[in-house]
Design a protein around this ligand. Structure first.
Ligand code: SF4
Length: 334
């Protein structure tokens, strides 16, 4: 294992700078019309609530994008439950979001047909397929209503349109090391340039509730193999609030960025400091911040948006709520 990590580390340093970014995935809902993926917290929401009613408010989503931008976080993707937003709603959100980010973003809203990819082209640099695992039997078990084939068609259409392609992979659901060859072939076939390598989060109420999360070594094994096989691949690794101690190993294995940490909830807390320190101790400069609130004219940022007056007011109020709770959390110890 040590020599695998060393080799991956060398490959990383030959191709990327010694920095690490924090990536924020911004969610627009907490429900999903698919709702039966075995690992997903959205599969465990109260059934009496129609998925379309699990939408976050537009103001709160946009406030989160403003915060992310000011804190120097990259946007992992804009995402949420499949079938919750209409294409028109997604298009409208993307327009406002890219006014804030100043650049195109990654989108992950399920397998999209070519016609919708074309519609979103002005706002997206790439699409993310939430593929989760490539082993066909395991995939059937963990995503019974979310087959891979529509994602494969989306990747092909995205390629024709010049869009970048990314995928997700969750370590710890029952895959074996033999599956690496399948993953490698999939990445090559669809020209995947970015992968999100998560570690299973055992979620209450799912079949994985009592499954231990993958060890740091196991998650690092997949990242290192990917780094060596695809030296230029952008590899994001998912951590969790109690997994700061694995960051050094995951970065050494060749990850480019970190995600999944609940950065607004724990902003400025001892966990956020631990994460930044772990990254620095691994020899990586931390881009952006999980701990320092910048001096910013937040009102001016909101007023710059093309949103109508009412929406601007709501975004300002949401920002105020977020900032207040972030200030309150500062320096809390866990
Ligand atoms: S499709 Fe995505 S959001 Fe919906 S249940 Fe499955 S993993 Fe969760």
């Amino acid at each position: 294992m040590d020599s695998l990590i060393e080799q991956a580390h060398r490959v990383y340093l030959e191709h990327f700078p010694s920095t690490v970014t924090f990536e924020r995935a911004v969610f627009f809902s907490w429900g999903c019309t698919i709702g039966d993926c075995a690992f997903c917290y959205m599969s465990n929401q109260p059934k009496d609530k129609p998925p379309r009613e699990t939408k976050r408010s537009t103001a709160s989503i946009l406030a989160e994008f403003i915060l992310a931008k000011q804190l120097g976080w990259d946007i992992g993707f804009f995402t949420g439950g499949i079938g919750v937003l209409t294409p028109l709603e997604i298009g409208t959100m993307l327009r406002l979001i890219t006014e804030i980010t100043g650049e195109k973003i990654w989108l992950s809203v399920g397998p999209l047909p070519r016609i919708l990819l074309e519609k979103y082209l002005p706002y997206i640099k790439g699409i993310v397929g939430s593929t989760e695992t490539i082993n066909p039997l395991l995939h059937k078990k963990v995503c019974p209503s979310k087959p891979l084939a529509p994602y494969e068609r989306m990747f092909e259409a995205a390629s024709e349109l010049g869009l970048a392609r990314a995928m997700t992979f969750i370590v710890g659901m029952g895959e074996t090391h033999e599956d690496f060859e399948l993953l490698k072939a999939f990445i090559s076939k669809y020209g995947i340039s970015k992968i999100h390598v998560y570690g299973l989060i055992p979620t209450k109420g799912t079949i994985f509730e009592h499954t231990p999360p993958p060890t740091a070594e196991e998650q690092a094994w997949w990242i290192a193999q990917l780094r060596i096989a695809f030296p230029n691949l952008d590899i994001q690794c998912g951590i969790w609030d109690d997994r700061a101690d694995r960051i050094g190993l995951l970065l050494k294995a060749g990850a480019n960025s970190l995600s999944k940490f609940q950065a607004l909830k724990y902003f400025g807390t001892s966990i956020a400091h631990d994460i930044e320190n772990e990254a620095r101790n691994a020899g990586r400069g931390f881009k952006g911040t999980l701990t320092q609130l910048p001096e910013t004219d937040w009102d001016a940022l909101v007023q710059r948006l093309s949103a109508d007056e009412r929406l601007q007011l709501e975004i300002g109020q949401k920002l105020g709520i977020y900032l207040k709770s972030m200030k309150r959390a500062q320096n809390k110890k866990f």
